[in-house]
Design a protein around this ligand. Sequence first.
Ligand SMILES: Cc1cc2nc3c(=O)[nH]c(=O)nc-3n(C[C@H](O)[C@H](O)[C@H](O)COP(=O)(O)O)c2cc1C
Length: 310
Amino acid sequence: MKSSETRASAVDLGRGLKLKSPVLLASGTVSYGEELSRLTDLSAIGGLVTKAISLEPRTGNPPQRIAETPSGMVNAIGLANVGIDRFIADKVPFLRKLGTSIIVNIAGRSIDDYAEVVSRLDAVPGLDAYEINLSCPNVKGECMIMGVSPDATRDIVQELRAITSRHLMIKLTPNVTSISSIALAAQSAGADSLSLINTVVGMAVDWKKRRPLLTNVTGGLSGPAIKPIALAKVWEVYNAVSIPVVGMGGIASFSDAMEFMVTGASAIQIGTMNFVQPDIGERVAKAMEEYFSSPDAPTLVEFKGSLLTL
Ligand SMILES: Cc1cc2nc3c(=O)[nH]c(=O)nc-3n(C[C@H](O)[C@H](O)[C@H](O)COP(=O)(O)O)c2cc1C
């Protein structure tokens, strides 16, 4: 594939986040890229979003943490991750060599936690953006509180904006009454872009054993089952804000990715489908580049949000 300057599908999300393709791989579905890099060419995609990083290492919830559901899965991993120290020492050197943009997903228990992680990462060269996860549905009493309140969202984004000059992408949960009011709060506090949707609260049950399939009982539903919900939320947020929207939820093909772009997304993320087709990001990125390179095609900017409605 061509370099970012010459690619027809390259996209600039602002504040230094220039992607050579609109295709990103979603947090928590590709870990820190090591395993996936053996199965696909990650330099073909726009970027990789890491698993959520927290101040301390976390083991997450006890198993069973994942269950398959019709057209999707529920997970209650609970933000298991290596913690900031090991991330910087062991994971960043490898991530930097992938030849794609690196977006670090961050989770915490308090504003101070997030602020500490962001200031530590700011001293590390070679990272392109932060995706702030305010919406982890599987960790009781933690960041979920921030992601469902416009005031709490404004407070944390304001605090992080004062610390970093790197691109701040704020990740939104669909598990709220009005996602656009949270989106507007993030925008007014200085967010550079918004990514959505995180998983939808869901549950799977074995009626014969009379047990939930997840030890946590509920989890986050992801995969093709949530695509119509995700499209509706992207449409709502796109019409409310002026900063770029990064869409995700159930994307399983080039066609799905284009549905999000025409609905208003400037870029997209692919999550659950990485478990099914490890090279899906590369394939969708190549298909998008081919489409937008065609002389008859609209430019990516013309195409974005050009959905025709009555
Ligand atoms: C196993 C798993 C782990 C996830 N971990 C994170 C995470 O650490 N941080 C985060 O912001 N989102 C996390 N997510 C949510 C995804 O990034 C994405 O928002 C969601 O799955 C919807 O996209 P999809 O339908 O393409 O998977 C996780 C999703 C899955 C399936």
